[in-house]
Design a binder for this molecule. Structure first.
Ligand SMILES: Nc1ncnc2c1ncn2[C@@H]1O[C@H](COP(=O)(O)OP(=O)(O)OP(=O)(O)O)[C@@H](O)[C@H]1O
Ligand SMILES: [Mg+2]
Length: 265
């Protein structure tokens, strides 16, 4: 908080006011410290919980492969789904708390965009096969300069929404725009209403319809996207039309060494 000196026009109360300003500054600094240590504790606790939960999911999948009666099978299936949801939620908490206590740093490097987008395309096209949806990927060999890990985390959240909300089709691709690469994820889903748009990047926000359908998530994915985009100084743009789908796009810089724009092509 920027300290403002109160002009010394009315002698009587200026000193008292300045003292109160100083006190308020101290309280703010103390509460910021407390909040950072809480975020750190949350990040640690979440991280520690991740290991046993990972083991639990492995045991559940082993149990699924044993001989079980039909009702036992159904029960194990439900336990597995609950454990998967818990794992996903925990991963989101971990991402958020790490960002909040400052445990995430921006580390830029030059790499071929396909190293990230190609891997994600493979992963999400498999999910689409299971859900009987089409996944179209437009590969690109352009070389960009940004934080690879953060880019992947951000895109994974956007893609997971696109796949979840798509009716039939998701399109994922990159194209060159001057000194930038524009990355776009398009789906043909229900779209996002005007009333929801200003809130979708808030923590735990879901449209009322999605809130009812608990299976669809917890409302943390785009909050993580927003925090990562801030760290990476990215401007995420959304185009959406009710019942026609949604597009998320943003631009990242091309690698600065000109001759390398296409060097891994
Ligand atoms: N591609 C999309 N199409 C339609 N609605 C979307 C789309 N992406 C996001 N939304 C809306 O924005 C809300 C917030 O998205 P967000 O990713 O934060 O949460 P979530 O997907 O519901 O849960 P989580 O990501 O934690 O699993 C969603 O609940 C949904 O209402
Ligand atoms: Mg999501």
């Amino acid at each position: 908080m920027k300290k403002q000196r109160i002009p010394n026009t009315e002698e009587c109360d200026c000193e008292a006011l300045n003292e109160r300003c100083e006190e308020a500054e101290k309280r703010l600094a103390a509460s910021q410290k407390e909040s950072a240590s809480k975020s750190y504790f949350l990040a640690q606790a979440t991280h520690d919980l991740e290991q046993p939960l990972h083991a639990l999911r492995i045991f559940i999948s082993l149990l699924k492969n044993t001989e079980l009666k039909k009702d036992q099978q159904e029960l194990v299936e439900k336990i597995g789904m609950a454990a998967d949801n818990m794992y996903k939620l925990l991963e989101n908490y971990l991402d958020l708390s790490k960002i909040e206590y400052g445990g995430v740093r921006y580390e830029s490097s030059e790499f071929c965009i396909d190293e990230v987008s190609g891997r994600l395309a493979e992963e999400f096209s498999l999910i689409c096969v299971c859900q009987q949806k089409e996944f179209h990927y437009i590969p690109s060999k352009l070389v960009v300069e940004t934080d690879k890990i953060l880019l992947e985390r951000l895109l994974r959240n956007i893609l997971s929404n696109a796949v979840k909300y798509a009716q039939k089709r998701v399109i994922f691709g990159c194209r060159r725009r001057g000194k930038f690469v524009q990355i776009e994820v398009l789906d043909d889903g229900k779209g996002i209403s005007k009333k929801d748009i200003p809130h979708i990047f808030e923590e735990f926000y879901q449209s009322s319809e999605d809130k009812e359908n608990k299976k669809k998530g917890s409302g943390l994915g785009l909050a993580i996207v927003k925090k990562i985009a801030d760290i990476m100084s990215l401007d995420i743009k959304i185009r959406t039309k009710s019942k026609h789908g949604t597009s998320f796009n943003f631009q990242i810089p091309l690698a600065t060494k000109k001759q390398e724009y296409l060097f891994r092509g």
